[in-house]
Design a protein around this ligand. Structure first.
Ligand SMILES: Nc1nc2c(ncn2[C@@H]2O[C@H](COP(=O)(O)OP(=O)(O)OP(=O)(O)O)[C@@H](O)[C@H]2O)c(=O)[nH]1
Ligand SMILES: [Mg+2]
Length: 193
């Protein structure tokens, strides 16, 4: 699918605010600052669509973007925000769990990883959690403009080994250099059918 018309619909703080209708949902998760909001801006070709920030933990709500009345892209709060208090972490778990469990419209989760860093325990836990709940997930690498081609390939090998995830299925992207849009568009076609 091509993303033509994207529209921010709403931010939800709790389960009763979540959108439940007939449109498929594609969610974006990953640690704070990994580039979730930037990926939405890349896909929708609009730098102002989702709020980005150099301050980690900016997006604390579940944000819904309607794409051509075909799907929702859902920007989820980042995990592993170092400054978050224990309470915020717990609130995060609760909202996430409510979002993921029994969400029949959720067709795919894109789990974002910064291509420069090794996956953390939280990334591993997220991937395991999705697998346990039988939610399809793909790995998307962000910020590939920050590495040379050979460094990137080395890191893809490493990430694929650590997470035991087929490396040909890992999608490299750069919001900065606008790389990866076509592959994600093709991928979504497979999951929203
Ligand atoms: N060079 C480069 N910088 C990027 C890229 N994607 C995101 N960034 C930068 O990384 C920072 C965080 O990006 P966000 O998109 O706000 O990250 P996020 O995952 O939404 O963060 P939270 O909402 O706080 O969890 C910003 O300063 C972005 O400009 C990219 O592809 N290349
Ligand atoms: Mg964000």
């Amino acid at each position: 699918m091509r993303f033509i018309n994207a529209k921010f619909i709403k931010s939800a703080e709790k389960k009763s605010d979540f959108i439940i209708d007939s449109l498929p949902q594609i969610a974006i998760v990953g640690r704070s600052n990994v580039g979730k909001s930037s990926l939405i801006n890349l896909l929708t070709n609009n730098k102002k669509m989702a709020k980005t920030s150099s301050t980690p933990g900016r997006t604390r709500l579940v944000n819904y973007f309607n794409i051509d009345n075909k799907i929702y892209l859902v920007d989820l709060p980042g995990y592993g925000f170092a400054k978050a208090s224990k309470n915020i972490t717990t609130a995060w778990d609760k909202v996430m769990n409510e979002y993921f469990v029994d969400n029949e419209q959720l067709k795919l989760v894109m789990l974002l990883l910064d291509c420069r860093h090794e996956p953390t325990n939280l990334d591993q836990q997220m991937l395991d959690y999705l697998a346990e709940n039988e939610i399809p997930a793909v790995l998307v690498l962000t910020k590939i403009d920050k590495l040379s081609k050979s460094e990137l390939n080395k890191n893809i090998d490493k990430i694929s080994k650590i997470l035991r995830y087929n490396k040909t299925m890992i999608i490299p992207t750069s919001a900065e250099k606008k790389i990866g849009v076509e592959r994600i568009e093709q991928l979504l076609d497979e999951y929203i059918k």
